[in-house]
Design a protein around this ligand. Structure first.
Ligand code: SF4
Ligand code: SF4
Length: 423
């Protein structure tokens, strides 16, 4: 990585502590990613992004701020990035996926909070992530209890706007979400000093739909046998999609999809034809959480799809592009985002339907339902997931883990036994 110490210092980061993170990441990435064989050439872009993870994109965001633009940090798929881009801002995902940030999070949050929340808060309060320093405003949501309280902690240090998520999906809930998007628009307009108009919102809708289409193209290639892309590489593409420039994200994903489609025509796979295919479902896997995928793909199976927020939920369903008025655009946005099936909703039959559909579409031999420790929502929903899959005769393994490596060997044993059982 080039030397960004000056930039990090100007962001008020704890550069000494941050150096420790920078020291371990290349080895972790090398062991997990660069050790893979037969990777598509177009993964080079994503490898480069990781090698410069706290440098290149943060520098771009700072340039945007120098030109008068605002950066808004988000933590959830329900926050409509379109509003931010329409107002000339940049939305960037901020979820933390490293154990490195957890101890700092535990200084201000109970230990029995999910690692995603602890890492995200820790990255801010420990001043060890440039993205968390750069964001001018954080956008939270009332999805799970841990996050709701975390916003209050973060709000002591940085401006936070919280979107009030409905917890059900009745028509009145969609109406309520339209209202919340309207409030968010008002906040963003005031914060950026720019109006959201029908024209700039239309451009943002098309921009983000293009990104979704490109990511969907890559995922569609994973339906092939032999599969032309490892699950680890697909996960990396998704994790980077959360904070990359959306236009560039679409361009790079389309290039990767071109290569994968050619690989399929050539019958060229990263794993041998007939390798056991796993659908992963459950809690999100924020960068650099590659643990489960690495364990699965070094245990004789391949991950072919993720039904989670760092998977299909991020790109499935487009926002209607044929709206005639700004009111119709807001309604189209609310409808699209309310199609996400997060466990924070009750009931959440849509997620079960998605898992069954995706298991068939991606020809999964088995499903691994992974839960981040202390996430009650996904943990409780695991029972319904298991029941539905068993009814369809699809083998399922439920796992709970966190960001540490202490359970890696135990997980490897259970995953290995599951893969063997698949035949
Ligand atoms: S799992 Fe739910 S709360 Fe978490 S990012 Fe996804 S939609 Fe948001
Ligand atoms: S994984 Fe669960 S507990 Fe953690 S932030 Fe997401 S919904 Fe909340």
């Amino acid at each position: 990585m080039a030397d960004y110490h000056e930039m990090w210092e100007s962001l008020g980061m704890d550069v000494k502590a941050h150096d420790q993170l920078c020291a371990v990441l290349p080895t972790a990435f090398g062991d997990t990613y660069l050790s893979q064989e037969n990777r598509p050439e177009n993964m080079a872009y994503y490898d480069f992004v990781v090698s410069e993870i706290h440098g290149v994109r943060p520098a771009e965001l700072i340039e945007h701020q120098k030109a008068g633009g605002k950066v808004l940090g988000t933590f959830c798929l329900y926050v409509p990035d379109e509003i931010v881009f329409a107002a000339g801002g940049i939305a960037t995902g901020l979820c933390g996926g490293s154990q490195f940030w957890v101890p700092d999070g535990e200084k201000v949050l109970p230990k029995n909070t999910c690692p995603l929340i602890k890492a995200s808060v820790g990255a801010r309060v420990g001043r060890t992530c440039p993205f968390f320093r750069i964001a001018d405003m954080y956008v939270g949501e009332t999805t799970c209890d841990g996050k709701k309280k975390a916003w209050e902690v973060l709000a002591e240090d940085v401006p936070v706007h919280v979107m009030d998520m409905p917890q059900m999906k009745r028509p009145q809930d969609v109406q309520k979400w339209i209202g919340e998007i309207g409030i968010f628009r008002d906040v963003v307009e005031k914060f950026t000093g720019n109006k959201v108009t029908k024209e700039n919102l239309q451009a943002a809708i098309v921009l983000l739909n293009e990104k979704r289409r490109a990511l969907a193209r890559v995922f569609a290639c994973r339906k092939a046998d032999p599969v032309p892309l490892s699950g680890k590489d697909a996960l990396l593409m998704m994790q980077i999609a959360f904070y990359d420039d959306p236009g560039r994200c679409a361009e790079m994903a389309n290039k990767l999809a071109d290569e994968l489609e050619q690989r399929i025509r050539d019958g060229h796979g990263v794993f041998a034809k007939g390798t056991k295919r796993i659908l992963v479902t459950g809690t999100p896997m924020a960068i650099p959480n590659w643990k489960l995928h690495h364990l699965i793909e070094t245990s004789g199976a391949v991950v072919v799809c993720e039904e989670c927020c760092t998977g299909t939920r991020y790109f499935e369903n487009l926002v209607a592009e044929d709206c005639q008025t700004i009111e119709e655009q807001f309604s189209a946005l609310a409808k699209r985002y309310m199609k996400n099936n997060c466990a924070c909703f009750t009931p959440n039959q849509g997620r079960i339907d998605d898992i069954l559909r995706l298991a068939k579409e991606y020809k999964a031999d088995g499903v691994i339902d992974v839960n981040l420790k202390f996430c009650t929502l996904y943990d409780m929903e695991g029972r319904d997931v298991e029941r539905a899959l068993k009814k369809e005769g699809i083998p399922v393994l439920g796992l709970e883990t966190d960001y540490t490596d202490t359970d890696a060997e135990q997980l490897r044993t259970r995953i290995g036994a599951f893969v063997e059982m698949l035949g």
